[in-house]
Design a protein around this ligand. Structure first.
Ligand SMILES: C[S@@+](CC[C@H](N)C(=O)[O-])C[C@H]1O[C@@H](n2cnc3c(N)ncnc32)[C@H](O)[C@@H]1O
Length: 311
């Protein structure tokens, strides 16, 4: 029996990005929005994971689940039981209510529907009943609004996803965002407890980025004003959202020069570009591992994961 059921949700235009993230976290292709795993992944890291069920029991027979609860003599104060609807197997509303009551009845302690400390969930996927403790906290939305932002900043959802693509489930990797703007990626990585540093050549922008860090309780010195060409330290992975010359002039040659500069600081790169830079990446010595596009209205961005050297 697997330990966890991860429940995914994404909008149609985020599907490819979600799949790219999933592959780096779980090391396989995504086949369903319902993923059973033994990996204890901090689910709040992904904006696509709606919740995680820590599985207590799985059975073809609902009565076995109830019997198991009795045998385990579960006792919880302030709990509630919910039915988790899923897109695979439909259970009608009346039945789902009854199943919740049947589950709650043998659990000792006290029910608290308004403010539960523990949420139990039951669901049926194909011919199996799955019961466990459900978690769905979502703290990252607190950073939707920052004291300082600008129009070409990444949004929080995309920034978090880039971090997950960069490190997968390896929380020990060192990360750099060498063109960090107002620090969206840096903030998200710090909120996940990861080791990241940010740099930006622009004095005002890097100052505002430090104020953003300070606002959310992080050390502002994790961001410095520096040109990527002067960075010496090596990092396990870089996340770079390069200027595209949409709002201010920034030539193709300058963009290529930034990508070339990453070779001094990392062998693994998550690159955000406005146009496909695969030819340049390969010329520089990167091998493309995965790629997708984020399309928002007229605005298209390429997300490319690539590596150099002995992969
Ligand atoms: C697209 S913006 C990054 C936005 C950022 N991801 C965010 O969410 O705020 C690109 C940034 O690269 C910075 N930049 C341009 N040339 C640079 C260089 N040579 N070294 C470091 N940063 C540079 C610019 O100042 C700009 O803030």
């Amino acid at each position: 029996m697997k330990k966890y059921l991860y429940i995914y949700n994404y909008s149609p235009n985020e599907k490819e990005l979600c799949e790219m993230e999933f592959k780096q976290i779980f090391d396989e292709n995504m086949k369903s929005k319902y993923y059973f795993s033994n990996l204890n992944f901090p689910y709040q890291r992904s904006v696509f994971i709606k919740g995680r069920l820590d599985i207590i029991n799985i059975s073809h027979q609902f009565k076995n689940i109830v019997e198991d609860i009795k045998q385990k003599k579960l006792c919880y104060y302030h709990f509630k039981v919910i039915y988790l609807k899923n897109e695979i197997t439909h259970v009608d509303y009346q039945e789902s209510l009854q199943r919740c009551k049947d589950i709650a009845f043998p659990i000792d302690g006290s029910v608290n529907m308004q403010n539960p400390q523990t949420v139990f969930a039951i669901t049926k996927i194909k011919d199996q009943w799955i019961f466990g403790i459900y978690h769905d906290e979502m703290t990252w939305s607190l950073r939707y609004h920052k004291p300082h932002s600008y129009s070409h900043s990444l949004n929080v959802r995309d920034a978090r996803t880039l971090v997950n693509i960069a490190v997968g489930n390896n929380e020990n990797m060192t990360i750099v965002d060498p063109c960090c703007g107002i620090g969206t990626v840096v903030l998200e990585a710090l909120s996940m407890g990861l080791n990241i540093r940010g740099y930006d050549i622009n004095r005002d922008v890097s100052y505002q980025a430090r104020l953003n860090l300070e606002h959310f309780g992080y050390d502002p010195l994790f961001i410095e004003r520096k040109d990527i060409h002067h960075l010496k330290q090596h990092f396990d992975v870089a996340i770079m959202d390069i200027p595209y010359g949409v709002y201010s002039p920034f030539t193709y040659k300058q963009q290529v020069s930034l990508i070339e500069a990453t070779t001094n600081i990392t062998h693994r790169l998550v690159l955000v570009t406005h146009i496909c830079m695969n030819e340049e990446l390969e010329r520089i010595g990167y091998q493309i591992i995965d790629q997708c596009q984020i399309i928002k209205g007229q605005f298209k961005r390429y997300i490319t994961l690539c590596e150099r050297g002995n992969i």
